[in-house]
Write a protein that binds this ligand. Structure first.
Ligand code: ATP
Ligand code: MG
Length: 395
């Protein structure tokens, strides 16, 4: 029935002189997403793409719905610039659509025809074409009746320079910008609910993430490490692969536990996390850190805590969830497919050695003084030395 997918992009259209950079990235990301489905060529034509339907439409659309930058997708039939050919395509598409809906009684299904004629050389005007096709469809299918305001179905015809396109569906894409156009960011990825969602949101704005995970064996188990790799694998489905840097955090936690005032432990631990993530980010050419923090959610996420932890890094820290409620975050986690995994109960390094009363308003001077008792640089160096990198979502 259909022979192509028509891909429209949204925000990229506003990019002026840089537009081709965005288009190239989107094309490459679509190719990657469709790898293995036998696509040999994606056609680019003025603010849109055409992809041959070489595989099952549903499979292809499902994959493309995870490619950021796509505004909408329509399965289309491409025909010549010829009224008879367009009419035949419209009849075929309508027959198929009515059969799928099981519409059999007279007038049961309402429709309208919409024509857009970009090619002014075509002999019929848009209203003339719509009127003509509407009459032919009514004649052929007694199940149809016209409703121009709230039709069940709209048959779309686009008359362009070289071809005409006929279709009925406009399937929403994920929006956003193609992954990679905004550069790299280092995502502090825990096994919790929030950080995978934060990573997803930054990917949606074109960031290619690398992940940094702090792992404290034997206090945190092999399974908790696997869980994080599985979360990274799910995120990689939106534009991976994602390298996950697994940082050996045990000695740092032991040192904190032995030498820090309990109420400042979390603040200092988070400062270590940010410092290490920044060192990895810089080595990998990433220009921002990303966390799943949400203002006020826990003691380490008050403004005062965020202020004191932020002091130790110079890269910007993106916190896309800072203004979101937990329920909103949970909703998104469910939509993107990370929630079920995130709620599996495995320990995280944040949950071991947790003081009963963490400081909600840590003072910079006190934190600096407590930290001065630790061999900060040596601890960080050791943790970085023992960092292992696992690539998630390749192939
Ligand atoms: P999450 O659900 O993302 O784990 P949270 O609500 O549990 O967040 P915290 O444990 O305070 O909050 O962590 C805040 C942020 O710090 C996380 O969103 C994540 O970005 C980072 N983080 C926490 N633990 C780790 C870890 N073990 N490895 C890497 N990053 C971590
Ligand atoms: Mg957590």
């Amino acid at each position: 029935m259909y022979d192509l997918l028509l891909i429209r992009y949204g925000e990229i259209g506003t990019k002026g002189k840089n537009r081709h950079v965005f288009e190239q990235r989107l094309e490459a990301n679509m190719e990657k997403a469709l790898r293995g489905l036998g696509i040999d060529k994606i056609e680019r034509a003025h603010t849109r793409f055409y992809i041959p339907l070489t595989a099952n439409t549903y499979d292809m659309v499902t994959k493309l719905q995870k490619v950021f930058g796509i505004a909408s997708i329509s399965p289309v039939k491409r025909v010549a610039l010829d009224t008879d050919a367009i009419t035949q395509a419209a009849l075929d598409i309508m027959a198929d659509s009515l059969a799928k809906q099981g519409a059999s009684s007279p007038g049961q299904c309402t429709f309208k025809v919409e024509t857009r004629r970009a090619n002014k050389g075509f002999p019929l005007t848009s209203p003339e074409m719509s009127k003509y096709l509407g009459a032919r469809l009514l004649e052929a299918f007694p199940q149809l009746s016209v409703d121009v305001h709230h039709p069940d179905m709209t048959l779309q015809v686009e008359i362009r320079e070289r071809f005409s396109y006929v279709y009925t569906e406009r399937i929403p894409g994920p929006g956003g910008l193609p992954v990679g156009v905004s550069g790299k960011g280092a995502l502090l990825l825990s096994g919790g609910i929030d950080s995978p969602v934060a990573g997803y949101l930054m990917m949606k704005r074109g960031v290619a993430p690398l992940a940094v995970h702090f792992h404290s064996p034997p206090f945190t188990s092999e399974r908790s490490r696997e869980k994080v790799l599985e979360l990274a694998q799910i995120l990689a489905g939106y534009g991976g692969p994602i390298p996950v840097h697994i940082v050996y955090f045990t000695e740092i936690q032991k040192a904190l536990n032995a030498h820090c005032p309990p109420k400042l432990m979390i603040t200092i631990m988070r400062r270590f996390m940010l410092r290490i993530a920044e060192a990895i980010a810089k080595a990998e050419g990433a220009l921002a850190l990303i966390t799943g923090e949400s203002l006020g959610q826990v003691a380490s996420q008050t403004m005062a805590s965020i202020f004191v932890t932020n002091q130790v890094v110079e890269l910007p820290v993106f916190r896309p969830l800072i203004g979101s409620d937990k329920l909103e975050i949970v909703d998104l986690a469910q939509q993107i497919g990370t929630y079920k995994l995130s709620i599996q109960p495995y320990e995280d390094c944040c949950t071991i050695f947790v003081p009963r009363h963490p400081e909600t308003h840590p003072k910079q001077l006190e934190v600096d003084a407590a930290e001065a008792k630790l061999p900060v640089d040596a601890l960080i160096e050791e943790a970085l030395d023992k960092t292992e990198v696992v690539l998630c979502g390749e192939g």
